[in-house]
Write a protein that binds this ligand. Structure first.
Ligand code: B12
Ligand code: SF4
Length: 590
């Protein structure tokens, strides 16, 4: 019997039954390499791996249904490489404890693909079957099935690939694994999941405990009705919104809370367009009251969400505290170029004020390197975001033709030069030419945006607004500071960051030298101490700033920072030129 720890889940009903046969499944969500060839890993990460949790839940459900017969015991072991340094020898020993076995590389995004192939190769070489699935292969098979760079290394490494959703095919895959009949390619893009009857998510405590805020993923549904040209989601999950049942959602959340869960991230790309947002927020509100739970929940929405009647109020009641908006740009010409015509620039300020008045922390995705961007225009955009739009925390991404998007397929079809190293498709690298800027200038611009927006004087504005509008201040303050300093110190998107960086020389990417162990170790310890020290000092200074602002608030000195809607007698602050542009663009779009 294999050793069991917190990350290993035997299917309970079967392990108790004194089974004769066993199947061991090692589920790994690979990380990616940094620019120096080290796998990006942390002692604790900010974010969680929801796909890993969903896939494990599907397998556990199949085990409970005894799809491989009453005699079969199925065990899973789950690893998020972002927060776990793997020991392949020990993992192979664990797999050897079963009659049949496989390694599943789960939720592999494009930037994680080269690392996933390297992990897979190590296991296939030792004779273990490996299946790789997730957005990269699904998006590539859906949009560019003949584009060889998307599948580089797969055949040579003997790894099988799985494109599409797993819900309706999990039994088939498990049978193939048990029978030793895994196929090289599973194209299941047609097998769209019926989420209403899909197995309920089950908390994976071992994963949650490896995130700083103990994040639980919560999937309400999949799909989005819009057609942004840079988006892969619509070409993999589709444009029809599907959803889980409010009952299933309630029982998952209840289970998470029972296990100490306090932070949830709703993974839907656009919760405001979910057909069940009303039922779900009502369920969450009831549950919150019943369990007396003090949770915080993050959602992603489009820029028009505040116009959905009752949506903002329902979110507040349900304990939603963080809202991520797909802003992309404050320029109508750029929005039009990406098919994001639904975002109306002249409505942005009131939309954001509405969220802020509801006490929400406001994040927004901003793309750098859209067709009309120049360094000067971006500098002006940052000023607009600081002065005119009451955003808290923009996240800056480089415009990236992600495999699976219409943009990427167009570049492939037109034979336009693109980076062939999939590791760089992480939205923090420049992977193709820009019409107005060099690749180097664009990359430098990304880090400049993180620095310039997160200035000390702007922190004061953000904190003052936060205090006036009842926001959760610890989160606001620490996220603002961490975003700025992690982007500067690590040159990584803060979404893939965490606490205490690990650089394991044993898994350094092929082509990079292995450093001498002792000096490497010393450099790592010193580097982490210095970065941690800098971060701590700035966090303390930011706390000092907040205390002084609290003092000023008591004396009524922060009132100039209070946000008001234009209907409350305040003219929209958005720069007049942009407003005029926006109106022209909206008229054209309508
Ligand atoms: C939550 C989320 C995150 C979270 C967690 C990641 C995760 N996947 O768990 C965080 C914040 C960490 C994150 C970060 C990033 N993300 Co993200 N993220 C998402 C989001 C919104 C939801 C993911 C999710 O839970 N989906 C629900 C699950 C159940 O669906 P699924 O992943 O498709 O899995 C199903 C099938 O694919 C299949 N399957 C999956 N794996 C396997 C494996 C095997 C063996 C088999 C058989 C089947 C199988 O079964 C699952 C159930 O049906 C998606 C968009 C989306 N709607 O999916 C973007 C998305 C996956 N992210 C994306 C990107 C680009 C990133 C970033 C690189 C940068 C960025 N711009 O945010 C970073 C990468 C860093 C990282 N280490 O992950 C892209 C990926 C595109 C691509 N071509 O790879 C997506 C699609 C969004 C987009 N902009 O287009 N992300
Ligand atoms: S609104 Fe978001 S999820 Fe929908 S198509 Fe556009 S980028 Fe994709």
């Amino acid at each position: 019997m294999a050793k069991t720890d917190g990350s290993i889940n035997p299917s309970p009903s079967l392990s108790d039954a004194g089974s004769r046969e066993s199947l061991g499944l090692l589920l790994i969500k690979p990380s990616q390499y940094d620019d120096n060839g080290y796998v990006i890993q942390w002692w604790r990460a900010f974010m969680f791996a929801n796909t890993l949790n969903v896939v494990e839940s599907l397998i556990q459900d199949a085990a409970d249904r005894q799809v491989l017969g009453a005699d079969m015991r199925i065990e899973t072991r789950v690893i998020d490489e972002m927060t776990e340094v793997m020991n392949p020898t020990a993992l192979m020993r664990w797999l050897d404890g079963f009659d049949s076995r496989a390694v599943l590389l789960v939720g592999v995004q494009t930037s994680q693909f080269p690392r996933a192939v390297d992990i897979g190769r190590e296991f296939t070489r030792a004779g273990y079957p490996v299946v790789l699935g997730g957005f990269h292969v699904s998006g590539s098979m859906a949009m560019v099935p003949d584009w060889a760079p998307a599948f580089a290394g797969i055949e040579e490494a003997g790894i099988s690939i799985y494109a599409g959703e797993l819900e309706s095919k999990v039994d088939l895959l498990l049978k193939d694994i048990k029978d030793g009949a895994i196929k090289p390619v599973y194209n299941m893009l047609h097998a769209t999941a019926d989420l209403l009857s899909a197995p309920t998510q089950r908390p994976t405590v071992a994963l949650v405990n490896r995130t700083i805020q103990k994040f639980h993923g919560l999937e309400i549904g999949r799909g989005c009705p819009f057609v942004c040209s840079f988006c892969t989601i619509i070409n993999v999950h589709g444009r029809v919104m599907r959803h889980r049942s409010p009952d299933a959602i309630r029982s998952y959340v209840r289970e998470c809370v029972k296990q100490g869960g306090k932070s949830f991230f709703i993974t839907d790309d656009n919760f405001s367009r979910s057909p069940v947002w009303r039922e779900v927020t009502q369920e969450l509100t009831k549950l919150r009251r019943k369990l007396n739970a003090q949770w915080d929940i993050s959602i992603q929405v489009d820029a028009l969400a505040t116009r959905v009647p009752g949506f903002v109020e329902a979110c507040r009641e349900a304990g939603i505290t963080r809202v991520f908006i797909g802003l992309e740009s404050v320029r109508p010409d750029n929005l039009k170029a990406t098919g994001k015509g639904q975002n109306k620039v002249h409505q942005l300020r009131d939309m954001m004020v509405t969220w802020k008045q509801a006490g929400m922390l406001l994040y927004a995705g901003v793309i750098i390197g859209l067709p009309n961007d120049t360094p000067e225009r971006i500098a002006e955009d940052i000023r607009i975001m600081q002065e005119d739009l009451p955003l808290d925390l923009p996240e800056f991404f480089v415009m990236t033709p992600l495999p699976g998007s219409a943009d990427h397929r167009r570049l492939v079809t037109e034979g336009i030069d693109m980076d062939l190293d999939m590791n760089n498709y992480d939205t923090a690298h420049v992977t193709t030419d820009h019409p107005l800027m060099s690749r180097a200038d664009l990359k430098a611009l990304l880090w400049r945006c993180w620095r310039d927006y997160h200035s000390w004087s702007h922190l004061k504005t953000v904190l003052a607004r936060g205090l006036l509008h009842g926001q959760e201040m610890t989160e606001l303050r620490s996220t603002f500071v961490c975003a700025r300093y992690l982007a500067a110190l690590e040159k990584l998107n803060p979404a893939v960051c965490g606490a205490i960086r690990i650089r394991d020389p044993r898994t350094r990417r092929g082509g990079f030298p292995r450093p001498a162990v002792l000096p490497h170790l010393v450099r790592q310890v010193v580097g982490n101490l210095v970065n941690g020290g800098v971060l701590l000092a700035v966090l303390l200074a930011a706390y000092g700033l907040e205390l002084s602002l609290r003092w000023q608030m008591r004396r009524g000195k922060l009132e100039p920072y209070r946000l008001r809607l234009s209907t409350e007698g305040v003219a929209s602050n958005v720069a007049p030129k942009l407003t005029a542009d926006a109106e022209g663009a909206s008229a054209a779009a309508e």
